[in-house]
Design a protein around this ligand. Structure first.
Ligand code: GLN
Length: 508
């Protein structure tokens, strides 16, 4: 196995730990050292919990030494997106509104990680309340893309993708409401899955849009992603939309890596104009590689996908405006008193607090959502968007009568420069044009690296979509393609990223 513990895969670490050739304390310390060395440049973490991580690592090592049977990932450290509540650890959701809040309970996902014996390295940066595609909407400053520190690592889960891509964590958690796991994976050369809606519990996630939100795994390989998916998933009575069924056989599928006879549909509406040439080239090459491996490829049309972005930006703000109403300065979180008012009313305190606590993108979406839900406009906006949502689900159903999985580029471009789209919400929203349909229909999706774009040498992602509750198909296709691409590039794509510690990165 790789002697540099931070370069090893989670699967390799798990093997080394099981055979006792390495200890969890060694692995965890190696990662904490790496964080200390490079996170000043990347800013993947909002909070690092060295003491907590080492305490878990020591406990797992002791249990293993005592001969206890442990979970596969026991002792493998992980980074947690700051949207997930962690008992005793700050949870800000990238917002001033929750600055200093220490939750009294764990999200179910976090409890699963702890039950599996995984040391939690810290909490990762994100766009405020998971709104954005770049982490630039974080109240605590952006994370940076390890491939080029002047560029964005995607969003909203850019802290998680940057942590994994810069070898500051072997695994990380994410949430994906419109693409926040898959788009960050695409622009950092890593892997991320949005499971089937209801496949992973939402209990303890700070809600953005409850009918779209889905937590999922971030990692560097397809197998590692599957191993984490298995730990995160499963039925949770605390989440009323949780699926009461076993986690799909994702690890087996990732190990089998077989696409022989599989029918693959390339979505006509997700490609072509508006997609960077290098992204398209890598996408077409990946499709050709899958054909070489025995898959059958056809073009599929999903005409309603053209309206997905518009429908999403009505449904999401509507749900968000309702979910964020709880930040009212009364129950928990920040409280700001209006200046120059002797005896402020509750409404004045609320207004002053929300003015100071929410950033511009959050305010924009609350206003948009409140408007879309208002009585005079409800049918015209929210109602129409819900109809489009049904049409999109029907497009998927029709497509899956003909094919087993669908493919598209994950994001239309490679990582853009920090600041480039910050003042142009529409340009920012367009990053999710290919990822949003899956959230609207509740179907699972994955992004894996498809290579480097010719024109800028930056990573591109390919998106795999499967029918609901068939998450394992993402992993058989993802793993088969990953193997083919390994031969094509001669090494894992992420190994071509500049080494941060060596200070070789532009802008470092
Ligand atoms: N970028 C999308 C948005 O801003 C997706 C966010 C997400 O998936 N959390 O809404």
């Amino acid at each position: 196995m790789n002697t540099d513990l931070t370069r090893a895969s989670a699967a390799e670490l798990a093997e080394g730990l099981a055979s006792k050739s390495i200890s969890s304390v060694e692995v965890t310390q190696a990662y904490l050292d790496r964080i200390a060395a490079v996170d000043g440049q990347v800013h993947a973490y909002l909070h690092v919990d060295a003491e907590g991580a080492l305490t878990t690592a020591r406990a797992v090592d002791a249990r293993r030494a005592a001969g206890e049977r442990l979970a596969t990932l026991a002792g493998v450290p992980i980074a947690v997106k700051d949207v997930m509540t962690t008992r005793g650890l700050p949870t800000t959701c990238g917002s001033r509104m929750l600055e200093g809040w220490v939750p009294p309970y764990d999200a179910t996902v976090v409890r699963h990680l702890k039950d599996a014996g995984m040391p939690i390295l810290g909490k990762t940066n994100m766009d405020e309340f998971a709104m954005g595609s770049s982490t630039e909407h974080s109240a605590y400053g952006p994370s940076r893309n390890p491939w080029d520190l002047e560029r964005i690592p995607g969003g909203s889960g850019g802290g998680s993708s940057a942590a994994v891509a810069s070898f500051q964590a072997p695994l990380a958690t994410g949430t994906d409401t419109g693409g926040s796991i898959r788009q960050p994976a695409a622009v950092t050369g890593t892997v991320g899955t949005k499971p089937t809606y209801g496949g992973v519990s939402r209990y303890g996630l700070v809600a953005l849009a409850s009918s779209l939100d889905q937590a999922g795994p971030c990692a560097r390989t397809v197998l590692d992603t599957a191993l984490l998916h298995e730990v995160m998933g499963g039925h949770d009575p605390l989440d009323s939309t949780s699926i009461d069924a076993p986690v799909p056989p994702v690890v087996d599928a990732a190990r089998r890596a077989d696409v022989t006879g599989l029918r693959i549909g390339v979505v006509k509406e997700l490609g072509g104009e508006g997609y960077q040439p290098g992204v398209r080239e890598r996408f077409e090459e990946s499709v050709a590689l899958l054909v070489e491996q025995g898959a059958e490829v056809v073009e599929v049309s999903c005409p309603s996908f053209d309206y997905a972005l518009a429908a999403y930006y009505l449904i999401l703000p509507s749900e968000a405006s309702s979910n964020l109403a709880k930040f009212d300065a009364m129950r928990y979180g920040m409280r700001v008193l209006p200046e120059g008012v002797d005896a402020p009313t509750a409404e004045q305190v609320m207004a002053a607090t929300r003015d100071a606590g929410f950033g511009p993108e959050v305010k924009r979406r609350i206003i948009l959502g409140t408007y879309a839900l208002s009585s005079g406009y409800y049918d015209a906006y929210y109602g129409s968007a819900q109809k489009v949502r049904s049409l999109i689900a029907q497009d998927f159903e029709r497509a899956y009568e003909k094919v087993d999985v669908l493919l598209s580029p994950t994001a239309p471009t490679t990582a853009f420069k920090l600041g480039d789209k910050l003042d142009d919400p529409m340009a920012m929203y367009l990053n999710d044009i290919a990822t949003i349909p899956a959230n609207l229909a509740g179907v699972p999706g994955m992004s894996i690296p498809s290579g480097l774009a010719e024109e800028d040498g930056l990573p591109t992602g390919i998106q795999i979509l499967a029918p609901a509750m068939k998450d394992e198909r993402l992993y058989s296709v993802g793993a088969a393609l990953e193997q083919a691409l390994l031969e094509r590039w001669g090494a894992p794509i992420l190994s071509k990223a500049p080494d941060l510690a060596a200070g070789l990165v532009k802008g470092a």
